[in-house]
Design a protein around this ligand. Structure first.
Ligand code: SF4
Length: 446
């Protein structure tokens, strides 16, 4: 017997299954080795040169008009000496790590007044540095800054490295982001930067729902930032993108109406579609549910078989459409009554809340998946965790495990109420929780 887990994503598209994974845009079958994830579709990238050009123009025009007046920006714009300029930017970037802009301004002004050059800082005592830094927190930042200044003076003849690569390589405490910021703002090197604000803005603009803390996604975002950065004003462009994230595209309740990039933003487009859908529904018209596959580097990732659900669909109808979907997918009859409700799992992609309605289905005998119908394959537990799957799919699997654990624990009720959200579904299951191996079908031997 094998189990299939299926998910129906309410309002947005996504799926889950038990033991079976599918991938959009490919055609696996059986226990074939996991192929590399397919490249994401163009909507998750910036691939149109005309759009990139327009985006740069819109962002820079907004920045010129709305940017905050900050002392390090004034210095970067007016200081003629490249080393002094780079030093001024460097100090600001170190101070801004883990500290709010409003707090940093006064410290920055006093620091630059006291030590306007690398040489001046190199001659200061650690006591003086700590004294000025007092109240800013994370004291090792000031100490590291001074040590690095001493290194530039003693080992690099007082000249700051001139590229992001060299800054990162030669200066202690300077990472990829800080190196990119110094090089683009001080020297005009056309290199992007990725910090928390940039991640949020880019993920929203391209509807990237994959885990933005994963190294693979962060690497893609660096590629994106490098491709987008304006070639003639890279420093301003980078500061503008960060400024947008700090003041407009804020974590909660972004001010999309005021956003200079709204016409380039897939998340904003999606919200408009949802509103249009809601409005059409209000007037009794049916409209297609928008597709959350649009919401990811998710495209190219493996998922359980799934389909989008219209808002407000009754359980009976949910089962019917899901059974039809799985019937087409497995090529064998699937009774709606055979679907077992697991629960609802909520996942937040960037700024989109998605609810997965999760069902499982037990299948007798071997089920061979038709690669012509769908890119799909059976996986073991190990293969699941080793595959390119989204965080949402991991939550779906945990929801299933949790239910199995509850069912197998004496005294625990096995029925889960509909509507009960398994937010994150990350609690550990008590008792004799069954392992995935108990219900995932083992791959056939070659
Ligand atoms: S339109 Fe809204 S979500 Fe999109 S980038 Fe602008 S503020 Fe962010």
């Amino acid at each position: 017997m094998s189990h299939l887990r299926a998910t129906a994503a309410r309002g947005l598209r996504r799926s889950g299954g038990r033991g079976a994974l599918r991938r959009k845009g490919a055609s696996p079958r059986g226990a074939a080795p996991a192929p590399a994830p397919a490249p994401p579709p163009s909507r998750h990238l910036f691939s149109d040169p005309a759009e990139i050009e327009a985006l740069r123009g819109h962002l820079l025009a907004w920045y010129d008009k709305c940017k905050r007046d900050l002392p390090w920006r004034t210095l970067a714009a007016t200081e003629l000496d490249a080393d002094r300029r780079a030093y001024a930017v460097w100090v600001s970037e170190i101070m801004l790590q883990q500290t709010q802009v409003a707090t940093v301004i006064d410290y920055y002004n006093r620091w630059m007044q006291k030590w306007p050059t690398l040489q001046a800082l190199a001659q200061a005592s650690l006591e003086e540095v700590n004294e000025l830094w007092a109240g800013l927190g994370y004291y090792s930042r000031g100490k590291r800054l001074q040590e690095a200044a001493r290194k530039v003076v003693s080992e690099l003849a007082g000249q700051m490295p001139r590229t992001a690569e060299d800054l990162q390589k030669l200066l202690p405490g300077v990472g990829r982001y800080t190196a990119g910021a110094i090089a683009s703002i001080s020297y005009g090197q056309a290199t992007g930067v990725v910090d928390g604000n940039v991640i949020r803005v880019l993920c929203r603009m391209r509807c990237i729902g994959a885990d933005s803390s994963s190294p693979a996604v962060v690497e893609r975002l660096w590629d994106m930032a490098n491709a987008l950065v304006d070639r003639s004003r890279p420093g301003d462009f980078n500061q503008a993108l960060m400024e947008l994230g700090a003041t407009v595209c804020v974590p909660k309740a972004p001010l999309c109406g005021e956003c200079p990039l709204k016409q380039h933003c897939q998340a904003q487009r999606r919200v408009e579609k949802e509103l249009a859908f809601a409005s059409q529904k209000l007037f009794g018209k049916r409209a297609p549910v928008s597709d959350v596959e649009d919401c990811g580097l998710l495209a190219g990732l493996w998922e359980f078989p799934s389909l989008p659900l219209a808002q407000g669909l009754q359980e009976e109808k949910q089962r019917e459409v899901l059974a039809d979907h799985l019937q087409a997918w497995t090529g064998r009859p699937v009774a709606a009554g055979g679907l077992r409700f697991i629960g609802e799992v909520v996942h937040i992609f960037s700024h989109i809340h998605q609810t997965y309605v999760v069902y499982s289905l037990s299948l007798d005998g071997d089920v061979t998946l038709d690669p012509a119908l769908s890119p799909s394959r059976w996986v073991t537990e190990e293969e699941f965790h080793a595959s390119a799957v989204s965080t949402a799919m991991k939550k779906v699997l945990k929801a299933h495990e949790k239910q199995r654990g509850e069912e197998s624990s004496p005294g625990k009720g096995s029925k889960r109420k509909r509507g009960a959200k398994l937010q994150g579904a990350n609690s550990t299951c008590p008792g004799t929780q069954l392992s995935l191996r108990a219900f995932l079908r083992a791959p056939k031997s070659p």
